[in-house]
Design a protein around this ligand. Structure first.
Ligand code: C2E
Ligand code: CA
Ligand code: CA
Length: 527
Protein backbone atom coordinates (compact mmCIF):
# COMPACT_ATOMS: atom_id res chain seq x y z
CA UNK A 1 0.00 0.00 0.00
CA UNK A 2 2.87 2.33 0.88
CA UNK A 3 4.64 1.57 -2.39
CA UNK A 4 1.57 2.27 -4.43
CA UNK A 5 0.97 5.49 -2.45
CA UNK A 6 4.52 6.58 -3.32
CA UNK A 7 4.08 5.62 -6.92
CA UNK A 8 0.81 7.54 -7.08
CA UNK A 9 2.49 10.54 -5.49
CA UNK A 10 5.36 10.43 -8.01
CA UNK A 11 2.96 10.22 -10.86
CA UNK A 12 0.86 13.07 -9.57
CA UNK A 13 3.61 15.47 -8.59
CA UNK A 14 6.30 14.79 -11.20
CA UNK A 15 4.57 12.66 -13.79
CA UNK A 16 7.28 10.02 -13.04
CA UNK A 17 6.93 6.27 -12.90
CA UNK A 18 9.41 4.12 -10.97
CA UNK A 19 10.91 3.13 -14.28
CA UNK A 20 11.47 6.70 -15.36
CA UNK A 21 12.98 7.58 -12.00
CA UNK A 22 15.33 4.62 -12.16
CA UNK A 23 16.64 5.76 -15.56
CA UNK A 24 17.03 9.41 -14.54
CA UNK A 25 18.76 8.78 -11.20
CA UNK A 26 17.10 11.79 -9.52
CA UNK A 27 16.15 12.32 -5.94
CA UNK A 28 12.55 13.35 -5.51
CA UNK A 29 10.34 14.11 -2.57
CA UNK A 30 6.64 13.55 -2.27
CA UNK A 31 3.84 13.46 0.25
CA UNK A 32 2.44 10.02 0.85
CA UNK A 33 0.58 7.98 3.41
CA UNK A 34 2.58 5.31 5.34
CA UNK A 35 1.21 1.88 6.17
CA UNK A 36 -0.24 3.25 9.43
CA UNK A 37 -2.24 5.84 7.53
CA UNK A 38 -0.03 8.73 8.72
CA UNK A 39 0.91 11.60 6.44
CA UNK A 40 4.59 11.40 5.66
CA UNK A 41 7.13 13.08 3.46
CA UNK A 42 9.13 10.62 1.36
CA UNK A 43 12.51 11.14 -0.26
CA UNK A 44 13.22 8.55 -2.94
CA UNK A 45 16.05 7.78 -5.35
CA UNK A 46 17.50 4.82 -7.19
CA UNK A 47 21.11 3.84 -6.56
CA UNK A 48 22.24 2.36 -9.89
CA UNK A 49 25.55 1.11 -8.50
CA UNK A 50 23.96 -1.23 -5.95
CA UNK A 51 20.64 -1.62 -7.79
CA UNK A 52 18.82 -0.43 -4.74
CA UNK A 53 15.91 1.87 -4.04
CA UNK A 54 16.81 4.26 -1.27
CA UNK A 55 14.04 5.98 0.63
CA UNK A 56 13.83 8.16 3.63
CA UNK A 57 10.64 9.14 5.31
CA UNK A 58 9.60 11.40 8.05
CA UNK A 59 6.36 12.43 9.63
CA UNK A 60 5.05 15.40 7.66
CA UNK A 61 4.07 17.31 10.80
CA UNK A 62 7.57 16.84 12.26
CA UNK A 63 9.22 18.07 9.07
CA UNK A 64 6.88 21.00 8.79
CA UNK A 65 7.45 21.84 12.45
CA UNK A 66 11.19 21.83 11.89
CA UNK A 67 10.80 23.86 8.72
CA UNK A 68 8.57 26.52 10.29
CA UNK A 69 10.88 26.85 13.24
CA UNK A 70 13.85 27.62 11.03
CA UNK A 71 11.73 29.79 8.74
CA UNK A 72 10.46 31.81 11.68
CA UNK A 73 14.01 32.38 12.87
CA UNK A 74 15.07 33.62 9.45
CA UNK A 75 12.01 35.82 8.98
CA UNK A 76 12.51 37.40 12.40
CA UNK A 77 16.16 37.95 11.65
CA UNK A 78 15.27 39.44 8.29
CA UNK A 79 12.70 41.79 9.80
CA UNK A 80 15.12 42.93 12.47
CA UNK A 81 17.89 43.66 9.96
CA UNK A 82 15.40 45.41 7.71
CA UNK A 83 14.19 47.57 10.59
CA UNK A 84 17.75 48.45 11.53
CA UNK A 85 18.52 49.53 7.99
CA UNK A 86 15.27 51.44 7.80
CA UNK A 87 16.04 53.40 10.96
CA UNK A 88 19.58 54.06 9.73
CA UNK A 89 18.52 55.35 6.32
CA UNK A 90 15.67 57.33 7.77
CA UNK A 91 18.10 59.07 10.10
CA UNK A 92 20.48 59.83 7.27
CA UNK A 93 17.71 61.18 5.09
CA UNK A 94 16.22 63.37 7.85
CA UNK A 95 19.58 64.90 8.62
CA UNK A 96 20.21 65.37 4.88
CA UNK A 97 16.83 66.99 4.59
CA UNK A 98 17.53 69.25 7.53
CA UNK A 99 20.90 70.20 6.06
CA UNK A 100 19.25 70.86 2.74
CA UNK A 101 16.61 73.03 4.37
CA UNK A 102 19.34 74.92 6.19
CA UNK A 103 21.19 75.48 2.95
CA UNK A 104 18.02 76.68 1.23
CA UNK A 105 17.31 78.98 4.17
CA UNK A 106 20.84 80.37 4.04
CA UNK A 107 20.61 80.90 0.30
CA UNK A 108 17.29 82.68 0.69
CA UNK A 109 18.04 84.80 3.76
CA UNK A 110 20.38 87.57 4.69
CA UNK A 111 22.84 86.61 7.42
CA UNK A 112 22.90 89.98 9.19
CA UNK A 113 19.18 90.65 9.60
CA UNK A 114 17.77 87.16 8.90
CA UNK A 115 15.35 88.79 6.50
CA UNK A 116 14.56 87.04 3.21
CA UNK A 117 16.75 88.14 0.33
CA UNK A 118 16.18 88.65 -3.39
CA UNK A 119 16.60 84.93 -4.12
CA UNK A 120 13.77 84.22 -1.73
CA UNK A 121 11.65 86.85 -3.42
CA UNK A 122 12.19 85.40 -6.88
CA UNK A 123 11.64 81.83 -5.63
CA UNK A 124 8.41 82.71 -3.86
CA UNK A 125 6.81 85.47 -5.85
CA UNK A 126 4.52 83.17 -7.85
CA UNK A 127 3.23 81.59 -4.72
CA UNK A 128 2.77 84.95 -3.03
CA UNK A 129 0.90 86.39 -6.00
CA UNK A 130 -1.35 83.39 -6.36
CA UNK A 131 -2.86 84.17 -2.96
CA UNK A 132 -5.42 86.42 -4.67
CA UNK A 133 -3.11 89.38 -5.06
CA UNK A 134 -4.75 91.10 -7.99
CA UNK A 135 -3.13 94.40 -7.11
CA UNK A 136 -0.05 95.05 -5.09
CA UNK A 137 2.56 97.72 -4.38
CA UNK A 138 6.29 97.29 -4.73
CA UNK A 139 8.19 99.51 -2.30
CA UNK A 140 11.86 100.29 -2.81
CA UNK A 141 13.35 101.51 0.46
CA UNK A 142 16.75 103.14 0.81
CA UNK A 143 18.18 104.65 3.99
CA UNK A 144 19.43 108.24 3.72
CA UNK A 145 23.10 108.99 4.40
CA UNK A 146 23.76 105.50 5.71
CA UNK A 147 27.23 105.48 4.12
CA UNK A 148 28.05 108.38 6.39
CA UNK A 149 27.36 106.31 9.52
CA UNK A 150 29.51 103.44 8.25
CA UNK A 151 32.35 105.79 7.37
CA UNK A 152 32.25 107.78 10.58
CA UNK A 153 31.39 105.15 13.20
CA UNK A 154 32.52 101.91 11.55
CA UNK A 155 30.71 98.92 10.13
CA UNK A 156 29.90 97.37 13.51
CA UNK A 157 27.76 100.35 14.44
CA UNK A 158 26.32 100.41 10.91
CA UNK A 159 25.40 96.73 11.19
CA UNK A 160 23.70 97.23 14.55
CA UNK A 161 21.61 100.04 13.13
CA UNK A 162 20.69 97.92 10.12
CA UNK A 163 19.54 95.12 12.38
CA UNK A 164 17.37 97.57 14.31
CA UNK A 165 15.96 99.03 11.09
CA UNK A 166 15.14 95.48 9.92
CA UNK A 167 13.48 94.84 13.26
CA UNK A 168 11.32 97.96 12.94
CA UNK A 169 10.38 96.97 9.40
CA UNK A 170 9.32 93.50 10.53
CA UNK A 171 7.23 95.03 13.31
CA UNK A 172 5.65 97.51 10.95
CA UNK A 173 4.62 95.29 8.07
CA UNK A 174 2.08 92.45 8.19
CA UNK A 175 3.02 88.82 7.93
CA UNK A 176 1.24 88.79 4.59
CA UNK A 177 3.63 91.40 3.16
CA UNK A 178 6.85 90.18 1.59
CA UNK A 179 9.76 91.99 3.19
CA UNK A 180 13.18 91.51 1.63
CA UNK A 181 16.65 92.90 2.24
CA UNK A 182 17.86 93.83 -1.18
CA UNK A 183 21.42 94.43 0.03
CA UNK A 184 23.33 97.17 1.84
CA UNK A 185 20.84 99.69 3.21
CA UNK A 186 18.13 98.80 0.69
CA UNK A 187 14.93 96.88 1.33
CA UNK A 188 12.03 95.77 -0.84
CA UNK A 189 8.45 95.23 0.27
CA UNK A 190 5.61 93.66 -1.71
CA UNK A 191 2.30 94.59 -0.18
CA UNK A 192 -1.20 93.82 -1.29
CA UNK A 193 -3.09 96.88 -2.36
CA UNK A 194 -6.27 97.19 -0.40
CA UNK A 195 -7.25 100.81 -0.62
CA UNK A 196 -5.52 103.13 -3.11
CA UNK A 197 -5.17 106.18 -0.87
CA UNK A 198 -4.14 104.07 2.09
CA UNK A 199 -0.55 103.38 0.99
CA UNK A 200 0.58 107.01 1.31
CA UNK A 201 -0.46 107.46 4.92
CA UNK A 202 0.86 104.00 5.67
CA UNK A 203 4.30 104.81 4.29
CA UNK A 204 4.36 108.16 6.04
CA UNK A 205 3.83 106.29 9.31
CA UNK A 206 6.67 103.95 8.37
CA UNK A 207 9.00 106.87 7.71
CA UNK A 208 8.10 108.34 11.10
CA UNK A 209 8.85 105.00 12.71
CA UNK A 210 12.22 104.52 11.01
CA UNK A 211 13.39 108.07 11.67
CA UNK A 212 12.95 107.70 15.43
CA UNK A 213 16.20 107.75 17.37
CA UNK A 214 18.46 104.65 17.50
CA UNK A 215 20.53 103.85 20.58
CA UNK A 216 23.72 102.03 19.67
CA UNK A 217 26.88 101.77 21.80
CA UNK A 218 25.64 104.52 24.13
CA UNK A 219 25.22 106.90 21.23
CA UNK A 220 22.11 108.28 19.61
CA UNK A 221 21.60 108.03 15.87
CA UNK A 222 18.94 109.33 13.56
CA UNK A 223 18.46 108.05 10.09
CA UNK A 224 16.07 108.96 7.30
CA UNK A 225 14.59 106.81 4.61
CA UNK A 226 13.49 107.33 1.01
CA UNK A 227 10.76 105.14 -0.46
CA UNK A 228 9.76 104.68 -4.10
CA UNK A 229 6.46 102.98 -4.85
CA UNK A 230 5.19 101.24 -8.00
CA UNK A 231 1.98 99.32 -8.49
CA UNK A 232 1.05 96.02 -10.14
CA UNK A 233 -0.52 95.88 -12.67
CA UNK A 234 -1.03 99.62 -13.25
CA UNK A 235 2.66 100.53 -13.73
CA UNK A 236 4.11 97.23 -14.95
CA UNK A 237 3.47 93.49 -14.89
CA UNK A 238 6.86 91.90 -14.29
CA UNK A 239 8.65 92.08 -10.96
CA UNK A 240 11.89 93.23 -12.63
CA UNK A 241 10.13 96.18 -14.21
CA UNK A 242 8.17 97.03 -11.06
CA UNK A 243 11.43 97.08 -9.10
CA UNK A 244 13.11 99.29 -11.65
CA UNK A 245 10.16 101.73 -11.59
CA UNK A 246 10.01 101.88 -7.80
CA UNK A 247 13.76 102.47 -7.86
CA UNK A 248 13.19 105.42 -10.20
CA UNK A 249 10.53 106.78 -7.84
CA UNK A 250 12.89 106.24 -4.91
CA UNK A 251 15.47 108.50 -6.60
CA UNK A 252 12.82 111.21 -6.82
CA UNK A 253 12.11 110.79 -3.11
CA UNK A 254 15.87 110.95 -2.42
CA UNK A 255 15.94 114.50 -3.74
CA UNK A 256 13.86 115.55 -0.73
CA UNK A 257 15.19 112.88 1.65
CA UNK A 258 13.14 111.13 4.31
CA UNK A 259 10.10 110.97 2.08
CA UNK A 260 8.24 108.74 -0.37
CA UNK A 261 7.28 109.06 -4.01
CA UNK A 262 4.79 107.15 -6.19
CA UNK A 263 5.90 106.23 -9.69
CA UNK A 264 4.26 108.40 -12.35
CA UNK A 265 3.95 108.37 -16.14
CA UNK A 266 6.04 111.52 -16.24
CA UNK A 267 8.89 109.58 -14.70
CA UNK A 268 8.50 106.91 -17.36
CA UNK A 269 8.79 109.58 -20.02
CA UNK A 270 11.86 111.04 -18.34
CA UNK A 271 13.38 107.56 -18.18
CA UNK A 272 12.99 107.20 -21.93
CA UNK A 273 14.49 110.62 -22.54
CA UNK A 274 17.36 109.80 -20.23
CA UNK A 275 18.19 106.57 -21.98
CA UNK A 276 18.07 108.40 -25.34
CA UNK A 277 20.44 111.02 -23.93
CA UNK A 278 22.77 108.38 -22.54
CA UNK A 279 22.84 106.54 -25.86
CA UNK A 280 23.60 109.65 -27.90
CA UNK A 281 26.00 111.17 -25.39
CA UNK A 282 28.34 108.18 -25.67
CA UNK A 283 29.51 109.24 -29.10
CA UNK A 284 29.10 113.00 -28.70
CA UNK A 285 32.76 113.90 -28.10
CA UNK A 286 34.08 111.89 -31.05
CA UNK A 287 31.37 113.28 -33.29
CA UNK A 288 32.39 116.83 -32.36
CA UNK A 289 28.89 117.65 -31.18
CA UNK A 290 30.04 119.34 -27.97
CA UNK A 291 31.42 122.86 -27.65
CA UNK A 292 31.90 125.49 -24.97
CA UNK A 293 30.01 128.77 -24.57
CA UNK A 294 31.28 131.64 -22.39
CA UNK A 295 29.13 134.05 -20.43
CA UNK A 296 30.76 137.35 -19.45
CA UNK A 297 30.93 138.39 -15.78
CA UNK A 298 30.99 142.13 -15.18
CA UNK A 299 32.55 144.22 -12.41
CA UNK A 300 30.65 147.03 -10.64
CA UNK A 301 32.46 149.58 -12.82
CA UNK A 302 31.26 147.86 -16.00
CA UNK A 303 34.59 146.31 -16.94
CA UNK A 304 34.98 142.63 -17.69
CA UNK A 305 35.80 140.47 -14.67
CA UNK A 306 35.82 137.12 -16.46
CA UNK A 307 33.70 134.46 -18.14
CA UNK A 308 31.90 131.30 -17.06
CA UNK A 309 32.38 128.32 -19.34
CA UNK A 310 29.12 126.47 -20.09
CA UNK A 311 29.03 123.30 -22.14
CA UNK A 312 26.78 123.00 -25.21
CA UNK A 313 25.56 119.97 -27.12
CA UNK A 314 23.95 119.89 -30.56
CA UNK A 315 22.95 116.32 -31.29
CA UNK A 316 21.97 115.05 -34.76
CA UNK A 317 19.00 113.08 -33.41
CA UNK A 318 17.88 114.95 -30.27
CA UNK A 319 18.68 118.51 -31.39
CA UNK A 320 19.95 120.95 -28.78
CA UNK A 321 20.06 119.36 -25.32
CA UNK A 322 20.62 121.59 -22.27
CA UNK A 323 23.48 120.85 -19.87
CA UNK A 324 21.05 120.74 -16.95
CA UNK A 325 19.67 117.57 -18.64
CA UNK A 326 22.75 115.76 -19.92
CA UNK A 327 25.25 116.56 -17.14
CA UNK A 328 23.14 114.59 -14.67
CA UNK A 329 22.95 111.65 -17.09
CA UNK A 330 26.73 111.79 -17.63
CA UNK A 331 27.24 111.78 -13.86
CA UNK A 332 25.08 108.72 -13.36
CA UNK A 333 26.45 106.70 -16.26
CA UNK A 334 30.18 107.12 -15.84
CA UNK A 335 30.46 109.47 -18.80
CA UNK A 336 31.33 112.51 -16.67
CA UNK A 337 35.04 111.76 -16.58
CA UNK A 338 35.50 112.06 -20.34
CA UNK A 339 33.02 114.91 -20.56
CA UNK A 340 34.79 116.75 -17.71
CA UNK A 341 38.16 116.29 -19.45
CA UNK A 342 36.70 117.70 -22.63
CA UNK A 343 35.23 120.71 -20.78
CA UNK A 344 38.50 121.53 -19.01
CA UNK A 345 40.71 121.09 -22.08
CA UNK A 346 38.43 123.01 -24.45
CA UNK A 347 37.84 125.90 -22.03
CA UNK A 348 41.52 126.38 -21.21
CA UNK A 349 42.50 126.18 -24.89
CA UNK A 350 39.70 128.54 -26.07
CA UNK A 351 40.37 131.17 -23.42
CA UNK A 352 44.15 130.95 -23.72
CA UNK A 353 43.87 131.62 -27.46
CA UNK A 354 41.44 134.48 -26.76
CA UNK A 355 44.00 136.04 -24.36
CA UNK A 356 46.57 135.84 -27.13
CA UNK A 357 44.34 137.18 -29.84
CA UNK A 358 43.16 140.19 -27.81
CA UNK A 359 46.34 140.58 -25.80
CA UNK A 360 44.45 140.59 -22.55
CA UNK A 361 43.67 138.35 -19.55
CA UNK A 362 40.55 137.76 -17.46
CA UNK A 363 39.17 135.17 -15.10
CA UNK A 364 37.81 131.84 -16.37
CA UNK A 365 35.24 129.93 -14.28
CA UNK A 366 34.69 126.25 -15.03
CA UNK A 367 31.82 124.26 -13.53
CA UNK A 368 33.07 121.07 -11.89
CA UNK A 369 30.72 118.24 -11.10
CA UNK A 370 30.99 116.40 -7.77
CA UNK A 371 31.74 113.24 -9.71
CA UNK A 372 34.87 114.92 -11.08
CA UNK A 373 35.91 116.11 -7.62
CA UNK A 374 35.66 112.54 -6.37
CA UNK A 375 38.12 111.28 -9.01
CA UNK A 376 41.38 110.59 -7.19
CA UNK A 377 43.54 112.07 -9.95
CA UNK A 378 41.39 115.14 -10.63
CA UNK A 379 43.86 117.81 -9.52
CA UNK A 380 46.83 116.02 -11.07
CA UNK A 381 45.09 115.92 -14.46
CA UNK A 382 43.92 119.52 -14.17
CA UNK A 383 47.45 120.72 -13.44
CA UNK A 384 48.81 118.71 -16.38
CA UNK A 385 46.38 120.33 -18.81
CA UNK A 386 47.09 123.80 -17.37
CA UNK A 387 50.78 123.27 -17.83
CA UNK A 388 50.33 122.07 -21.37
CA UNK A 389 48.21 125.11 -22.23
CA UNK A 390 50.49 127.37 -20.16
CA UNK A 391 47.41 128.70 -18.41
CA UNK A 392 48.09 130.99 -15.44
CA UNK A 393 46.59 129.34 -12.33
CA UNK A 394 45.54 132.63 -10.77
CA UNK A 395 43.04 133.18 -13.60
CA UNK A 396 41.18 129.93 -13.03
CA UNK A 397 38.12 129.51 -10.78
CA UNK A 398 36.39 126.18 -10.18
CA UNK A 399 32.65 126.42 -9.58
CA UNK A 400 31.32 123.78 -7.24
CA UNK A 401 27.62 123.62 -6.53
CA UNK A 402 26.26 124.24 -3.10
CA UNK A 403 23.81 121.35 -3.49
CA UNK A 404 26.82 119.09 -2.89
CA UNK A 405 25.76 116.83 -0.05
CA UNK A 406 27.43 117.13 3.32
CA UNK A 407 28.96 113.62 3.00
CA UNK A 408 30.50 114.53 -0.33
CA UNK A 409 31.75 117.79 1.14
CA UNK A 410 33.61 115.87 3.83
CA UNK A 411 35.23 113.79 1.18
CA UNK A 412 36.29 116.60 -1.14
CA UNK A 413 37.43 119.05 1.51
CA UNK A 414 41.12 118.01 1.34
CA UNK A 415 41.03 118.34 -2.44
CA UNK A 416 39.53 121.83 -2.21
CA UNK A 417 42.34 122.88 0.10
CA UNK A 418 44.90 121.42 -2.30
CA UNK A 419 43.28 123.36 -5.15
CA UNK A 420 43.54 126.56 -3.16
CA UNK A 421 47.16 125.88 -2.37
CA UNK A 422 47.85 125.75 -6.08
CA UNK A 423 46.48 129.28 -6.32
CA UNK A 424 43.32 128.22 -8.15
CA UNK A 425 40.14 129.90 -6.87
CA UNK A 426 36.90 128.25 -5.79
CA UNK A 427 33.39 129.61 -6.21
CA UNK A 428 30.31 128.23 -4.43
CA UNK A 429 27.65 128.05 -7.16
CA UNK A 430 23.87 128.28 -6.69
CA UNK A 431 24.41 129.68 -3.21
CA UNK A 432 21.27 129.78 -1.10
CA UNK A 433 19.69 126.67 -2.61
CA UNK A 434 21.68 124.16 -0.57
CA UNK A 435 22.05 123.71 3.13
CA UNK A 436 25.41 125.31 3.91
CA UNK A 437 25.46 126.44 7.47
CA UNK A 438 27.75 129.24 8.51
CA UNK A 439 30.12 126.74 10.09
CA UNK A 440 30.38 124.77 6.84
CA UNK A 441 31.01 128.01 5.00
CA UNK A 442 33.83 128.90 7.37
CA UNK A 443 35.45 125.49 6.85
CA UNK A 444 35.36 125.66 3.08
CA UNK A 445 38.28 127.36 1.30
CA UNK A 446 36.06 129.53 -0.86
CA UNK A 447 36.82 132.75 -2.72
CA UNK A 448 33.44 133.57 -4.18
CA UNK A 449 29.74 133.17 -3.39
CA UNK A 450 27.55 132.89 -6.44
CA UNK A 451 24.05 133.98 -5.45
CA UNK A 452 21.47 131.79 -7.17
CA UNK A 453 19.26 133.25 -9.90
CA UNK A 454 16.10 132.31 -8.00
CA UNK A 455 16.88 135.07 -5.45
CA UNK A 456 17.92 137.64 -8.04
CA UNK A 457 14.60 137.03 -9.86
CA UNK A 458 12.62 138.25 -6.86
CA UNK A 459 14.62 141.14 -5.40
CA UNK A 460 12.62 143.82 -7.21
CA UNK A 461 9.22 142.92 -5.79
CA UNK A 462 9.84 140.80 -2.71
CA UNK A 463 11.26 142.72 0.27
CA UNK A 464 12.12 139.53 2.13
CA UNK A 465 14.13 138.13 -0.81
CA UNK A 466 15.88 141.47 -1.11
CA UNK A 467 16.83 141.35 2.56
CA UNK A 468 18.03 137.78 2.10
CA UNK A 469 20.30 138.77 -0.81
CA UNK A 470 21.60 141.61 1.33
CA UNK A 471 22.48 139.22 4.14
CA UNK A 472 24.18 136.76 1.73
CA UNK A 473 26.33 139.62 0.47
CA UNK A 474 27.13 140.66 4.04
CA UNK A 475 28.12 137.11 4.96
CA UNK A 476 30.37 136.98 1.88
CA UNK A 477 32.04 140.24 2.90
CA UNK A 478 32.57 138.97 6.45
CA UNK A 479 34.27 135.86 5.13
CA UNK A 480 36.29 138.00 2.70
CA UNK A 481 34.67 136.41 -0.32
CA UNK A 482 33.63 138.02 -3.58
CA UNK A 483 29.92 137.97 -4.24
CA UNK A 484 28.56 137.36 -7.72
CA UNK A 485 24.90 137.66 -8.72
CA UNK A 486 23.86 135.26 -11.49
CA UNK A 487 20.86 135.50 -13.83
CA UNK A 488 20.77 139.29 -13.83
CA UNK A 489 18.28 140.26 -16.51
CA UNK A 490 17.52 143.97 -16.02
CA UNK A 491 19.13 147.31 -15.21
CA UNK A 492 16.86 147.65 -12.15
CA UNK A 493 18.30 144.46 -10.75
CA UNK A 494 21.83 145.73 -11.38
CA UNK A 495 21.05 148.96 -9.48
CA UNK A 496 19.53 147.10 -6.54
CA UNK A 497 22.52 144.74 -6.38
CA UNK A 498 24.98 147.61 -6.56
CA UNK A 499 23.22 149.25 -3.61
CA UNK A 500 23.55 145.96 -1.74
CA UNK A 501 27.30 146.00 -2.38
CA UNK A 502 27.44 143.02 -4.78
CA UNK A 503 30.80 142.75 -6.58
CA UNK A 504 30.18 140.96 -9.85
CA UNK A 505 27.19 140.49 -12.19
CA UNK A 506 26.39 137.84 -14.73
CA UNK A 507 23.24 137.45 -16.80
CA UNK A 508 21.35 138.08 -20.00
CA UNK A 509 21.26 141.81 -19.22
CA UNK A 510 24.97 141.89 -20.07
CA UNK A 511 25.22 138.96 -22.41
CA UNK A 512 24.00 135.46 -23.07
CA UNK A 513 26.61 132.69 -23.14
CA UNK A 514 28.64 133.15 -26.36
CA UNK A 515 30.64 130.87 -28.62
CA UNK A 516 34.37 131.59 -28.64
CA UNK A 517 34.06 133.58 -31.89
CA UNK A 518 31.15 135.64 -30.55
CA UNK A 519 32.99 136.20 -27.27
CA UNK A 520 35.95 137.65 -29.17
CA UNK A 521 33.62 139.95 -31.10
CA UNK A 522 31.89 141.00 -27.85
CA UNK A 523 35.22 141.73 -26.16
CA UNK A 524 36.48 143.75 -29.12
CA UNK A 525 33.32 145.84 -29.10
CA UNK A 526 33.46 146.38 -25.31
CA UNK A 527 37.01 147.62 -25.61
P1 C2E B 1 24.77 127.21 -13.64
O1 C2E B 1 26.19 126.86 -13.40
O2 C2E B 1 24.01 127.82 -12.53
O3 C2E B 1 24.77 128.08 -14.93
C1 C2E B 1 23.96 129.17 -15.10
C2 C2E B 1 22.88 128.89 -16.02
O4 C2E B 1 21.99 130.00 -16.11
C3 C2E B 1 23.35 128.65 -17.45
O5 C2E B 1 22.45 127.74 -18.04
C4 C2E B 1 23.17 130.01 -18.10
O6 C2E B 1 23.04 129.95 -19.50
C5 C2E B 1 21.90 130.47 -17.44
N1 C2E B 1 21.78 131.91 -17.36
C6 C2E B 1 22.80 132.81 -17.23
N2 C2E B 1 22.28 134.07 -17.19
C7 C2E B 1 20.95 133.95 -17.26
C8 C2E B 1 19.87 134.91 -17.26
O7 C2E B 1 20.05 136.11 -17.15
N3 C2E B 1 18.62 134.41 -17.35
C9 C2E B 1 18.38 133.08 -17.47
N4 C2E B 1 17.11 132.66 -17.57
N5 C2E B 1 19.37 132.15 -17.48
C10 C2E B 1 20.64 132.60 -17.36
P2 C2E B 1 22.98 126.49 -18.78
O8 C2E B 1 24.15 126.85 -19.61
O9 C2E B 1 21.80 125.87 -19.42
O10 C2E B 1 23.51 125.59 -17.63
C11 C2E B 1 22.65 125.02 -16.74
C12 C2E B 1 23.41 124.28 -15.69
O11 C2E B 1 24.11 123.17 -16.26
C13 C2E B 1 24.50 125.11 -15.05
O12 C2E B 1 23.96 125.89 -14.08
C14 C2E B 1 25.41 124.05 -14.52
O13 C2E B 1 24.93 123.53 -13.31
C15 C2E B 1 25.32 122.98 -15.58
N6 C2E B 1 26.45 123.15 -16.49
C16 C2E B 1 26.55 123.90 -17.58
N7 C2E B 1 27.75 123.78 -18.14
C17 C2E B 1 28.46 122.92 -17.37
C18 C2E B 1 29.80 122.41 -17.41
O14 C2E B 1 30.60 122.73 -18.27
N8 C2E B 1 30.17 121.53 -16.41
C19 C2E B 1 29.31 121.18 -15.43
N9 C2E B 1 29.74 120.34 -14.50
N10 C2E B 1 28.06 121.65 -15.35
C20 C2E B 1 27.63 122.52 -16.31
CA1 CA C 1 27.90 127.73 -12.63
CA1 CA D 1 24.42 128.70 -10.75
Amino acid sequence: QAVSSVEEGLQKKYNYSFDKLRKNAKTLSIDAINPFGKEMIFGITYDAKYHLWVTVQGSKSDVLYEFYNVALLYVTLFILIFLAFYVLFDNISTSEKRKNEELVFQAQHDTLTSLPNRTYMYDNIRNWKSNHREKYHVLYIDLDNFKNINDKFGHTVGDKILVEVAHRLVEFFDEEDMLVRQGGDEFIVLRECTDEGHIESHIQRLIDQISKVYHVDNKEFRIGMSVGISQYPKDATTIEELLSLSDTAMYEAKKRKNSYCLFSEKMRHNNVVRSDIEHELRGAIEKNELWMAYQPQINVDGTLYGVEALVRWDNAKLGFVGPDKFIAVAEETGLMRDLGDFIIKSSLRDIKSTYKELNTTFSLSINISVVQLLESDFLENLLKVMEKERFDKSFLTLEITESLSIEDLDEVLPLLHAVREEGIEISLDDFGTGYSSLSVLRELPINELKIDKSFIDKILYDKREKALVQSIINIGKNFKMKTLAEGVESLDQVEELKLANCDIFQGYYFSKPLSKEHLIKYLKKEK
